[in-house]
Structure formats: structure tokens, C-alpha cells
Design a protein around this ligand. Structure first.
Ligand code: GDP
Ligand code: MG
Length: 208
């Protein structure tokens, strides 16, 4: 028994895409450190962060690649996408333009990777319900049409953030059979989606 040397540990690259300001860095920080800093500066110079995951008897590493600032330089993005296992495309539920950008981001990923990639659309800032500009249903429908996963989260409150990564882990190559029995690392809720707090509980409809 024992943990494999990290050089031999399976690594999966997850790249975060989406318009500037949608909360990519905040989601990564919430998952890695359990913190939210509303005043953080756009990250510069950090390519990726790694987190070792322990699920059932599996140990593997997630490499979280943050496209820090490169959102504005789309020509650089294919380099990030090229060898990723998962593409997480984030939009901000209070910024309709970031929702309308989803098609382009998905197209970028499919152009680079064809069907050989797991794609998830993440609706972020679910704590800002009063400023919501994209309904849960509309986003869910969009994800369904694009045939990709969908989760609504809040990087601020942490709502569904751990679950997002637990769900993604289940879609990694060779991981489909994980039972997630030790769900504590992911919030201890047995991988049930937490609904976006009020007005209505709709998260049980999530296709993830
Ligand atoms: P990025 O450019 O996609 O990396 O976005 P950031 O993570 O830098 O976030 C952009 C802004 O949105 C920052 O001011 C964050 O504090 C804020 N933000 C990110 N996620 C959330 C969230 O879930 N709720 C709220 N209220 N603000 C958020
Ligand atoms: Mg960022």
C-alpha cells in the first residue's frame, strides 16, 4: 500500500476558460484553499496549481490551469487546450455577454480536441441572484444542446465548488467506476448537488 511517488501518479490537466472576470481564478482558489478574496488581483505568472485527490482507493493529481489574463489574447488559448483532459468553461450569471461567449469557447475546445475531451459549463456567482441575467434553465438547456456537463456554483460562498471537482473526477478516463464513498473531501454530501440557495430548488435537475 502507500502513495505512489508523485512522478508516477496519474495526472489530469483541467483548463479553465471563459471571459475575463467570470471567476475562474476565484473558483480555483475556493477549491484549493477554501477562501474567497474579493480584492484579489488578476493572477500573473502562475501556469497551474496541482491538487492530489484521494477518492476511494485512487490517488491522482488534478492540474488546474488558469488562463490568467490570456482571455484577451485568444491566439494563446489553443496552447492551453491542446493536451487537456477537461475543459471547464465558466460564465458569470450576472453578465449575459459571458454566457453568449460560451459557443466560441466550446468551439475553440472542439477545434483543438475534437470529441476527445470532457467539457463542463460552469455558471458562477450564484450568490448574486438579484443580479441574475441568465436563468438556470436557459444555461442548463444550452449545456444540453452542446452535450456538455453543467454545474452552477458560487466561488464566493463555495456552493457546489467541491462538487464540481468531484463530478469532473468521475468523468476522467478510467475513473467512471469511482463510487465517491469518501465524499468528505467534496463537502461530505455524497455528491448530491447543493441547490443554489433560493428562490427555487432546481439543482436536482442538474445533468452532471
Ligand atoms: P477571472 O478573470 O475569470 O479569473 O475572474 P476572477 O476570479 O478574477 O473574478 C473576477 C471578479 O469577480 C472578482 O472581483 C471576484 O471577487 C468576483 N467573483 C468571482 N467569483 C465570484 C462569486 O462567485 N460571487 C461573487 N459575488 N463575486 C465573484
Ligand atoms: Mg483570473
Amino acid at each position: 500500500i502507500g502513495v505512489l511517488p508523485s512522478a508516477h501518479m496519474k495526472k489530469f490537466k483541467i483548463v479553465f476558460l471563459g471571459d475575463l472576470g467570470v471567476g475562474k481564478t476565484s473558483i480555483i482558489n475556493q477549491f484549493m484553499y477554501g477562501t474567497f478574496d474579493p480584492n484579489h488581483q488578476p493572477t500573473i505568472g502562475i501556469d497551474f496549481l496541482s491538487k492530489t485527490m484521494y477518492i476511494d482507493d485512487r490517488t491522482f493529481r488534478l492540474q488546474l490551469w488558469d488562463t490568467a489574463g490570456q482571455e484577451r489574447f485568444r491566439s494563446l488559448i489553443p496552447n492551453y487546450i491542446r493536451d487537456c483532459t477537461v475543459a471547464v468553461i465558466v460564465f458569470d450569471i450576472t453578465q449575459r455577454s459571458s454566457f453568449l461567449s460560451l459557443d466560441k469557447w466550446v468551439e475553440d475546445v472542439k477545434t483543438e480536441r475534437g470529441g476527445d475531451v470532457v467539457i463542463a459549463i460552469v455558471a458562477n456567482k450564484s450568490d448574486l441572484l438579484e443580479k441574475r441575467a441568465v436563468s438556470y434553465e436557459e444555461a442548463e438547456e444550452k449545456a444540453k444542446n452542446l452535450n456538455v456537463l453543467f454545474v452552477e456554483v458560487s466561488a464566493k460562498t463555495g456552493n457546489n465548488v467541491k462538487l464540481l471537482f468531484g463530478t469532473l473526477s468521475k468523468y476522467l478516463p478510467g475513473m467512471q467506476d469511482i463510487s465517491m464513498s469518501n465524499a468528505a473531501e467534496f463537502g461530505g454530501n455524497g455528491f448530491k448537488l447543493e441547490p443554489t440557495p433560493q428562490p427555487k430548488e432546481k439543482a436536482d435537475k442538474c445533468k452532471c
